[in-house]
Design a protein around this ligand. Sequence first.
Ligand SMILES: Cc1ncc(COP(=O)(O)O)c(C=O)c1O
Length: 348
Amino acid sequence: VTSGRKSFGSDNHAGAHPAVLAALTIANAGDVPSYGDDPLTARVSTALAESLGTTPDRVYFVFNGTGANVIGLSLMLRPHEAAICPVGSHLDVDECGAAERVLGNKLLTVPAPDGKLTPELVRSRLNGLRDTHHVQPRVVAISQVTEVGTVYTLAELAELRRCCQEHGLLLYLDGARLANAAAALGCSLGAIAAHADVLSFGVTKNGALGAEAVIIMNPEVGEDARFRRKQLMQLGSKMRFIAAQFDAMLSDELWLHNAQHANAMARRLADNVADIPGIRLDQPAAANAVFAELPAELITALRQDWVFHTWDEDRNVVRWMTAFDTTPADVDQFVASIRANASAGVSG
Ligand SMILES: Cc1ncc(COP(=O)(O)O)c(C=O)c1O
């Protein structure tokens, strides 16, 4: 990052979109009521609720994605209940056990090589039902986009939802990259949200500074949500600034343009490295990340000049992630460097 080159490490490495900063400046004028009782929060909650297919009183702005996941799960789980989620999902490995510690609920993990749960995988964890000695599965927790950059089709979501209904389970959807998923599927946010009982929707990674929301789709869930948000330390006093970020992202569908662009940059990267000997895509580059297997020496060489994650040390899989502000020139410069290092490796 310090080299001035674009980071391919994470969409979180990117700054904020100028429209978001402009919206914050506008929201900064004057005094307004705190804790979400301001007119901007009311207006943006209504707009967001409309685009997702719920009501404004079921939209809860929060600071971050981990907090959104903890609150979302808290609305659906009693102490003896558990959430089924993929091994390696953000909830499983990247939230420092927040849900387990703060809520005290068990996560029932299932290996899912492409990051996606299926009805079959869900059913594989439905043992011990009604057995006093076992936690009781109650929630299926998925991410859309998944942790390995794949995207559930709407048909796959519908199938999972059916499976949940069949077994008395609720569906939680972690939408930290919901915009990228909707852009990839060419569908509305609401078309995805419709399959969830509760979801999060994050815009931080898509050009905001720090703005996420917990959204309740099932009216039978989440009666206590406003208390949970406060108790779980996610109620912002100066709420207007979270609302302002969503306002900017919803205006002129900035969320969609940013996500389409980030996805297109990942596609460009994936397509342009496809013919380089020794490189194999580990997952389809469905959204804004490319997961690829490379020779170990090539990873080491690229790391001298570029920022990215080695995703799986044992299998030499890297994650290259693009953002709303990744340019075609950034991608082309990175590809040229990959190509040059790969051919140096081959000839040397
Ligand atoms: C799938 C997913 N969920 C949630 C989050 C949110 O995490 P944070 O608490 O860092 O905002 C992330 C961030 O990387 C993520 O990738």
